[in-house]
Design a protein around this ligand. Structure first.
Ligand SMILES: [Zn+2]
Ligand SMILES: [Zn+2]
Length: 550
């Protein structure tokens, strides 16, 4: 592929063809179904899908079939098929059209549905998550076609329900399975990047299990003056049970069964990412003055591993305790905690859930009544290890268009459909990437797309897909994902770091950037305000029902 031609072509397309249309896309408030009760009747999803479908048709790609599915009670899906040109390979590209809600007040001069370009950034809801992905996929293919190069058979799926847990995607994937075939490469353009200076490939996602733990000691509350010393505190019993899971001094999860071995190639990639990112890995969190990470002196690579490959426990909710303002001297009958356990990418989440229950309910301290309710259990995801061609292609692309090598990193959160794709296509290579970098605010006010970065990303995608086209049949697949761990020590003994909730930081950041107006988020699934919830296996900020200014 002629890199100069590719760069010129994509740059021109991005400026003249893509950004203007993406601005129109931003103007449509097609909020994902989970955040919009009227989504099915208000026509906004259709409006957004009609816009992108018409744009796709206007590109006049040869031998390209474009089909927009609108089915009863389902979000739409745009499906595109482009015949192969001198290639035996198949590549699938994925992005989503639905958007997050505004999530509060945007900075002055910006709005979720008023696109604005400032200092090379296109602001607006859906710009980077994930409107750009649609344009990136098509522009990359156009760049290959413009040079008359071999091109794999292309299938593109653009769904309308990602922000609501991709609940319609399995239906469409089943329906279209014959037409999708067996992709050799899957490009998911809905992930993030560690900086705006090179190509980033996401290699893993952590799993997660949520349970409610109830410890009941008394049938009803009693005066604490009368009863304490005789009646055990349910809160204290909770502390004892939590210590079975987590060492309260080190923050490490105790049972070894919650750990998994980290493949040696991933350890090398983590070391490389640590060298690139430095202490931003820990500085990105809003610690109070004097606050520091769980493992204070640990090297950066250890912090990265701790939030991508290690288990970590968070207590995310509590019932049974009254607010301090009204709390009296009462020995409370019960304490109920919501526990969220992040799991290594390769661990079975259902089994981990069962194990949690066994550990917590075994041998109840002081005869307490202990119950565990299972909430959600979602597996993580671990990309198949890179085939040689793929490793070379991503590095070449990054060096060509960014002048820096490609970087790889896992993510601490989850994307449910990635596991589904891996189950369906275990031999595919995965290019999971995106333009959501530092400060992109994709689930918060002031979302932006870094225009230059996203254009270069499209060049990289073109390069990788063009490389796939030239691979001989049967040589595209990588090694099986279950490579044995050479770095057991790293997975085992090294100190861990707290489970980081990626979305929360950018949310809080933009919270403070929103012009001094304090927001009040009232009401959500968990009864807390502005908190992180886990909806159908996908992490998100709770839905703001009411927004008030101070
Ligand atoms: Zn997204
Ligand atoms: Zn999102």
């Amino acid at each position: 592929m002629d890199s100069k031609q590719t760069a010129d072509f994509v740059q021109k397309e991005w400026t003249e063809n893509v950004i203007p249309s993406l601005m129109d896309f931003i103007r449509i408030p097609n909020v994902s179904p989970a955040f919009d009760d009227a989504w099915y009747t208000n026509g906004l999803q259709n409006q957004a899908f009609d816009l992108v479908t018409q744009w796709a048709e206007a590109q006049k790609i040869e031998n390209c079939k474009i089909e927009l599915f609108k089915e009863p009670e389902r979000t739409p899906l745009l499906f595109m098929e482009i015949e192969a040109h001198n290639s035996d390979q198949t590549c699938m590209l994925y992005a989503h059209i639905d958007k997050q809600p505004p999530m509060g007040v945007w900075m002055e001069g910006l709005g979720p549905y008023e696109p604005a370009v400032k200092e090379g950034k296109l602001y607006g809801r859906g710009a980077v998550d994930d409107g750009y992905g649609f344009y990136c996929a098509i522009t990359a293919i156009k760049a290959i076609k413009a040079q008359g190069l071999p091109c794999p058979r292309i299938v593109m799926t653009f769904e309308g329900c990602e922000e609501s847990g991709s609940r319609d995607l399995p239906y469409y994937m089943d329906k279209l399975s014959e037409r999708i075939g067996t992709p050799d490469l899957i490009c998911c353009l809905d992930a993030g990047c560690g900086n705006f200076e090179q190509l980033w490939v996401t290699t893993s996602l952590r799993g997660n299990t949520n349970i409610n733990l109830t410890v009941q000691m008394l049938e009803e509350g009693v005066h604490s003056g009368t009863s304490s010393g005789i009646a055990p505190s349910s809160f204290r019993i909770c502390r004892e049970l939590l210590s079975r899971l987590e060492d309260e001094k080190t923050g490490l999860v105790v049972p070894r069964d919650f750990y998994a071995d980290v493949p040696s190639s991933r350890l090398e990639q983590v070391a490389a990412a640590a060298a690139i990112l430095g202490d931003t890995v820990v500085r990105q969190f809003p610690f109070v003055e004097g606050g520091h990470p769980v493992a204070k002196e640990a090297p950066i690579a250890e912090h990265i591993l701790a939030r991508t490959w290690r288990p970590a426990l968070s207590v995310t909710g509590c019932d049974g305790l009254p607010p301090t303002a009204v709390a009296g001297n009462v020995m409370l009958p019960l304490t109920k905690l919501k526990l969220s356990m992040r799991l290594p990418p390769t661990l079975d989440a259902k089994q981990a859930s069962q194990l949690l229950e066994r550990i917590l309910t075994a041998d109840p301290p002081q005869g307490a009544r202990i119950t565990v309710e299972h909430q959600t259990a979602g597996n993580g995801w671990h990309a198949p290890l890179e085939a040689e061609w793929f490793g070379t292609a991503v590095h070449t692309a990054s060096l060509t268009y960014f002048d820096r090598p490609c970087a790889h990193m896992g993510e601490g959160g989850s994307i449910p459909f990635m596991g589904m794709l891996l189950d369906m296509f275990p031999k595919a290579q995965f290019l999971v990437t995106g333009a959501a970098g530092p400060g992109s605010n994709m689930h918060a006010p002031n979302e932006f797309l870094h225009i230059d970065y996203s254009a270069r990303l499209a060049m990289c995608v073109a390069q990788v897909v063009a490389t796939l086209a030239t691979i001989k049949p049967g040589e595209a697949a990588g090694k099986a994902a279950g490579e044995a761990a050479a770095g057991e020590a790293a997975a085992g003994e090294a100190a861990g770091v707290q489970a980081a909730v990626g979305d929360r930081k950018s949310f809080m950041d933009s919270f403070q950037m929103s012009g001094g107006n304090k927001l009040f988020f009232v009401g959500c699934d968990c009864g807390k305000t502005g908190c992180v919830i886990f909806d159908q296996g996908k992490e998100k900020i709770c839905r703001p029902v009411k927004v008030a200014k101070k």
